[in-house]
Design a protein around this ligand. Structure first.
Ligand code: NAP
Ligand code: ZN
Length: 307
């Protein structure tokens, strides 16, 4: 059931940087990062009926799952205990070619640009899934913490779902661009007074930042029954006092990528509503320079390697 993809574009997700540094203790070397892939099918197993050689497709974080467990059969393959990641114990997308199970290889809508779409395959679905799961709608007030690759796509999806959006960013220079993407409010999250003043204002806060912060202040920024959801991975354990959860019945949760059918839906929504990544392109052999720029938080907003 595998296909081979001739890679044209691969986004640099911050998870690649975590894996390069073995932050999660699961990397194996030699290691080829890359899991926001767009390209064309170059070879296809005999049993693959759904895709054709030459077809333009995308591949994200996940490349395989068992296909038979409760989670796979419920269409939640991202929760399969035997899930295989595109660049863990497999060779990822900073390359010419990559292989994956055809179930995880998704056709790209014709109107979409390959380079601007590659980052949707991991970053895009990672923010789309929790906004959809938590039913974000025109009554919602949504906070996005960290306006990087994931965050700038989260702003766009939250806006097309109709929410009022607040960006929480350490980069004052991003305010104008965040407003152009649709945020109504911009808060400097290094300004503890400004953060405290956000108490009781948000229904849903999505953390996309990969850094430690005072998470209690974000919990306080939720209105009663609000939810703080982690997709970004801070290095240290996340701690809270129980009282704001108890008194305001607030929830803390997390979310992991999305399943193939959710990725198809996300791409369809992105194509119809014009959601795309703002990118900086680098030639594939300039991957190290691109990674350095991501590390310095200097990329606006996703680095994409091209072959
Ligand atoms: P990114 O493009 O580097 O953006 C991260 C953003 O975090 C930065 O742009 C910055 O935004 C903010 N930030 C950086 N340093 C900070 C600091 N010291 N304090 C506060 N904020 C800081 O990264 P990304 O590709 O969006 O990935 C973000 C995280 O999501 C990573 O941890 C990655 O592993 C994780 N991730 C998770 C999943 C999942 O399934 N859950 C999937 C993909 C990625 P400002 O400049 O606005 O402050
Ligand atoms: Zn990723």
């Amino acid at each position: 059931m595998e296909v081979e993809i001739g890679i044209t574009h691969c986004g640099i997700c911050h998870s690649d940087l975590h894996l390069i540094a073995n932050d999660w203790g699961i990397s194996q070397y030699p290691f080829i990062p890359g899991h926001e892939i767009v390209g064309a099918i170059t070879a296809s197993g005999a049993d693959v009926k759904s895709l054709e050689v030459g077809q333009r497709v995308g591949l994200g974080w996940q490349s395989n799952s068992c296909g038979t467990c409760e989670w796979c059969t419920r269409g939640m393959e991202n929760l399969c205990p035997l899930s295989e990641a595109t660049c863990i114990r497999r060779h990822g997308g900073y390359a010419d070619r990559v292989r994956a199970n055809a179930r995880f290889v998704i056709p790209i809508p014709e109107s979409m640009d390959s380079a601007e779409t590659a980052p949707l395959l991991c970053g895009g679905i990672t923010v789309y899934n929790p906004l959809r799961t938590h039913c974000i709608n025109p009554t919602s007030r949504v906070g996005i913490v960290g306006i990087g690759g994931l965050g700038h796509m989260a702003i766009q999806f939250a806006r097309i779902f109709g929410a009022e959006v607040t960006a929480f960013s350490t980069s004052a220079a991003k305010e104008e661009e965040a407003r152009a993407l649709g945020v109504q409010n911009f808060v400097n999250n290094r300004d503890s007074k400004a953060l405290k003043e956000m108490a009781n204002t948000q229904d849903f806060i999505l953390n996309t930042a990969n850094a430690d912060q005072d998470w209690g202040v974000y919990l306080q920024a939720l209105r009663p029954t609000g939810t703080l959801c982690f997709v970004g991975v801070p290095p240290s354990p996340v701690t809270f006092h129980a009282f704001p959860m108890i008194s305001g019945v607030r929830t803390i949760t997390g979310s992991s990528i999305g399943s193939p059918h959710q990725i198809r839906e996300m791409l369809d929504v992105a194509a119809r509503h014009g959601v795309k990544a703002t990118i900086e392109s680098f030639a594939m052999d300039k991957a190290n320079a691109a990674i350095d720029k991501v590390k310095k938080n200097k990329v606006r907003y996703r680095a994409v390697l091209t072959n």
